[in-house]
Design a protein around this ligand. Structure first.
Ligand SMILES: *Cc1c(COP(=O)(O)O)cnc(C)c1O
Length: 376
């Protein structure tokens, strides 16, 4: 049996090696390492795939979030609502821009924020909401968008883990996550569902004017070379990364299907284990399974991880610490009168198992049998 990994980038590379090698060599031979035709092509293809007006490729997913927030013209002290159960980047950029992160607990089944959890936190200083489509499933966006409209708030979707997921509105309209709010962002970190061979990210918007503004911020605030309209940043996607991503974008739906097939096998194997909760599927979102995350009994999790590791099965805890408890946010957030019971519990109970596009039947059978044996 091939060794089991959380993500097997090497095996995936083997399946596209010829095309990728040629594209990378072409790029090197052309010498157009920055802003080459590969970047324009990938941008156009991703705009088509997402059915979105503007895609702005940039250097990584954290930059994408930062540029998105810079594009909204917020003032220091403005409040931005963000989940406390997410990767640090989502809240970090809010602090970096001297905005105030207001952390919100999440739903215990979907791990995502909901309109009902957000609403009580809205004050006259609130300017934006940053929902995260955690682990590959959309937050329930229709009520969140309605709430944002009612209170005139911007919505920036952190879509780093859910690129390719569909959200279905109550009128039957189906749209891609990341294109539902004012701005969406994603990461092309190698292990993400659409991963580069290095760092990368992108910003999406349906608003053409906002798209131009965000493009300008990502490029030193210039609208014309050497003419700078505002303070921006330098955040670009390399031509080589764009070439790789353009090849992988064609496979993205097949990659999602491969992940979903792994998840289906896991679901069936684990659904009757007492005390273990398999991922809850939302009726109005597809799940692209960036992670396959179970809830297991808190008092058994550490032993389970050690046991799995002993059998050659890696597992990970996303995330072990609620963001509100991170040292970095002390003094930035006021959580004195608030509690985050769901996030606290999730941090004790979640466990993510290997899931990727190249898992074979033998590996899957071994993982499921081994996992189940622990609970017998
Ligand atoms: C990966 C990730 C990011 C950051 O992306 P980078 O490319 O690593 O900067 C932000 N938010 C979430 C939810 C992520 O998973």
């Amino acid at each position: 049996m091939r060794p089991i990994q959380m993500v097997d980038l090497k095996a995936q590379y083997q399946s596209i090696k010829k095309t990728v090698d040629t594209a990378i060599l072409d790029c090197i031979e052309s010498g157009a390492f920055i802003n080459g035709p590969q970047v324009k092509n990938f941008k156009a293809h991703l705009e088509d795939y997402l059915a979105v007006d503007t895609v702005i490729p940039c250097a990584n997913g954290t930059d994408a979030l930062q540029i998105a927030l810079m594009g909204l013209g917020l003032q220091p002290g403005d409040e931005v609502i963000v989940p406390t159960f997410t990767y640090v980047a989502t809240a970090e950029v809010i602090g970096l821009l001297q905005l105030t992160p207001v952390m919100v607990d999440v739903d215990p089944d979907t791990f995502n924020v909901t309109a009902a959890l957000i609403e009580p936190l809205i004050t006259n200083k609130t300017k934006a909401i940053v929902p995260v489509h955690l682990f590959g499933q959309s937050a329930d966006m229709e009520p969140i968008l309605a709430l944002a409209k009612k209170h005139k708030l911007y919505v920036v979707e952190d879509n780093a883990q859910a690129i390719g997921a569909d959200y279905t509105f109550s009128d039957g309209r189906v749209e891609k996550t990341g294109t539902l709010g004012d701005i969406g962002t994603t990461s092309f970190y190698p292990s993400k569902n659409l991963g580069a061979y290095g760092d990368g990210g992108a910003i999406f918007t349906q608003n053409e004017g906002l798209g131009k503004h965000l493009q300008m911020i990502a490029s030193h605030g210039q609208n014309k070379r050497y003419y700078h309209q505002c303070i921006g940043v330098n955040s670009r996607l390399d031509s080589i990364q764009a070439a790789v991503l353009d090849i992988k974008l064609v496979q993205l739906d097949a990659y999602a299907a491969a992940r979903q097939a792994v998840a289906a096998v896991y679901d069936q194997a684990f659904e009757s284990i007492e005390g273990v909760q398999t991922p809850v599927r939302q009726h109005n979102s597809t799940h692209v399974f960036h992670q396959y995350t179970l809830k297991v009994p808190a008092d058994k999790r550490a032993a389970l991880q050690v046991y799995l590791k002993g059998k050659g099965i890696p597992s990970m805890i996303y995330y072990p610490v609620p963001l509100n408890e991170q040292e970095a946010f002390k003094g930035i957030i006021d959580t004195s009168k608030r509690s985050f019971p769901v996030t606290e519990q999730l941090c004790q109970e979640v466990l993510s198992l290997p899931i990727h596009t190249e898992m074979d039947a033998e590996q899957l059978a071994f993982i499921t049998t081994t996992f189940c044996a622990f609970f017998e």
